[in-house]
Design a protein around this ligand. Structure first.
Ligand SMILES: [Zn+2]
Length: 571
């Protein structure tokens, strides 16, 4: 491909559009890598596409190295396949559903567990074929109403998604480890700073999951980390040591007047008891479940993400006063005591505690001596407590810290979640039919592009890691003399012939404009040819990272470029 700035499809911009709030997006727009087409939908221009191709090349090498096989599956899929897995309805509004002209119901795949499982059902019949690890690099679409964070949460995006099929748990564990290690190699080679954290299985279902997170103040994920023992988990699943509370002896239920005590703090102060001796009621609403009544000890907070995961719903919102009242509860004085037909989820803290003070579902009154099992029961008991900064680590007791990050990869042990309903089975050594065990593994390509820019830039522009840079060298020709132009043309041709990808600034622009664009586009090396240098038979070489520059004889350029790139090569 010819890479000359005079004709490059995608110009640099002095300013990013005012609504582009994220630093990585601003740079990607200004450097001419991407252009926004819709909210959450971007075109990749030549430099942006070249960078993503390099990311994909590293991913392919590492996946191929662990024996993964590349395939391609369609994004237009039959609704029936998604009905078979039970996700046609459950996936909710994120999935785009449509019909073809013959009236067949289709979906635009937001992910490909169903498609790969269907292929496994058709292709795998015997234990002799196992394990199978297959992947694709392709486009997916989700009807993201929350499309945001620039290139991070997109409606249409590129992913490498891999799927494994094993005959037993040990096989799945081994494959999962193999992919986890490959992901770590991929991210190290791309020069991405990341953390591996325990994560929720969310929509995918399954038993275990690990996220690869790039620390970022712009990230949507909140992580819990322990500096003492290295514990790291997404806050959706993170646990802290709970302050233990001595169990009080059982006592009978008694109503007490508690005027103007609609908060736990007011109630504890009024009765002269610790907040941990109260039960707190928190109401949420989920479309697929209706009212969800969460009960937790008064000194703890409910994590909506943990509650959603426990209740098996995609999204929650706080319930309205009308919704709470319709269930027979009184906001500010609510408890599960005496309520019927309400879905109650309780944190283990309130279940294990002895008698607590809880609402009487009567304005101005609470109940004392409220005891789980005797006075109320929950439909589900699950850890709901939100971890806060400074909470003690459950493993080592050190204070936990919170930080934000961007999810760039996520791997899951799915077990038989998809293979069972879709009927993907194999015959074992004894000829018995068994269900395949599945894993799935995803890496977001545009997210990696965004994270690479966010982690590698300065005030002047992008500072590409050599493994991601759209080209290795940026050639700048200074001045308008025919000699300089010819010399620069020859240099560009020579680098191309030597297999060193170069971008050539052949425009009639001032030195200042050319230098600024070279810094903004941020290729690892800049080669400068000007009249004075040319008379001396020299070329100037500058490293984008660190800004070091030196002159060298024209004849030595290819060798010097190779030598300068070598230590920058991926590890
Ligand atoms: Zn710890």
């Amino acid at each position: 491909m010819v890479m000359k700035l005079s004709t490059l499809f995608g110009r640099t911009l002095r300013e990013a559009p005012a609504d582009a709030g994220y630093p990585a997006l601003r740079l990607a727009l200004r450097a001419g890598l991407v252009r926004q087409m819709l909210a959450g939908s971007y075109a990749l221009l030549p430099l942006g596409l070249r960078a993503t191709r390099r990311i994909e090349a590293v991913i392919r090498e590492e996946m191929d190295a662990i024996g993964a096989q590349e395939i391609r599956t369609p994004i237009l899929q039959s609704a029936d396949l998604w009905r078979a897995s039970g996700r046609y309805e459950a996936y909710g509004p994120l999935m785009l559903r449509l019909a073809d002209s013959a009236g067949r119901e289709l979906v635009v795949a937001p992910t490909h567990e169903e498609a790969f499982t269907d292929l496994a059902r058709r292709e795998i019949s015997s234990y002799r074929q196992l394990p199978v690890l297959a992947y694709q690099i392709g486009v997916k679409a989700r009807d993201e109403l929350r499309a945001r964070a620039g290139l991070v949460r997109l409606r249409e995006f590129t992913m490498m998604d891999a799927y494994s099929f094993d005959g037993d748990e040990q096989g799945l564990d081994a494959t999962f480890e193999r992919v986890r290690e490959a992901y770590q190699r991929i991210l190290r080679r791309l020069d991405v700073e990341f953390l591996c954290v325990e994560a929720s299985s969310g929509q995918m279902g399954g038993s275990a999951s690990v996220e690869f997170i790039a620390p970022s103040p712009y990230g949507e994920d909140v992580l819990v980390r322990c500096a003492g023992c290295g514990y790291a988990a997404n806050s959706e699943v993170a646990v802290a040591a709970r302050p233990s509370v001595a169990r009080q002896p059982d006592m009978p239920l008694r109503e007490v007047a508690t005027p103007d005590c609609t908060t736990i703090a007011d109630l504890a102060r009024f009765l002269g008891i610790p907040e941990s001796a109260t039960a707190k009621a928190v109401f949420f609403w989920a479309p697929e479940r209706g009212l969800i009544f969460a009960v937790i000890r008064g000194d703890l907070e409910v994590s909506a993400a943990k509650l959603a995961a426990a209740a098996g719903v995609e999204q929650l919102r706080p319930a309205t006063v009308e919704e709470i009242t319709a269930a027979g509860a009184v906001p500010g004085y609510a408890s599960p005591v005496g309520l019927r037909n309400v879905y109650v989820v309780a944190d283990p803290g309130v279940v294990e505690a002895g008698p607590l003070v809880a609402g009487a579902n009567k304005l101005g009154y609470h109940l004392m001596g409220v005891t789980y099992g005797r006075d109320w029961e929950a439909a589900l008991i699950a850890d709901l407590a939100e971890v806060k900064a400074g909470d003690a680590c459950a493993r080592c007791g050190q204070p936990l810290a919170l930080m934000r990050g961007i999810e760039i990869g996520h791997i899951f042990k799915l077990g038989t979640r998809y293979t069972e309903p879709i009927g993907a089975t194999y015959l074992d050594q004894q000829g018995r039919e068994r269900t395949l065990l599945m894993g799935c593994y995803g890496i977001g390509i545009e997210r990696l592009l965004s994270v690479a820019i966010e982690q590698h830039h300065d005030d002047a522009g992008i500072v590409w890691p050599a493994s991601v840079a759209p080209a290795a060298v940026h050639i700048v020709a200074l001045g308008r003399s025919a000699e300089v132009r010819e010399a620069a043309d020859r240099l560009y041709d020579e680098l191309q012939q030597q297999g060193i990808p170069a971008l050539y600034d052949d425009r009639d622009e001032s030195p200042g404009v050319k230098f600024n664009d070279a810094d903004l586009i941020g290729l690892p090396l800049r080669l400068l040819i000007g009249e004075r240098l040319l008379r001396e038979g020299m070329v100037e070489l500058k490293q984008r990272a660190g800004g070091e520059r030196w002159s060298l004889p024209r004849a030595d350029v290819v060798q010097a470029v190779r030598a300068a790139l070598d230590p920058l090569k991926d590890r």
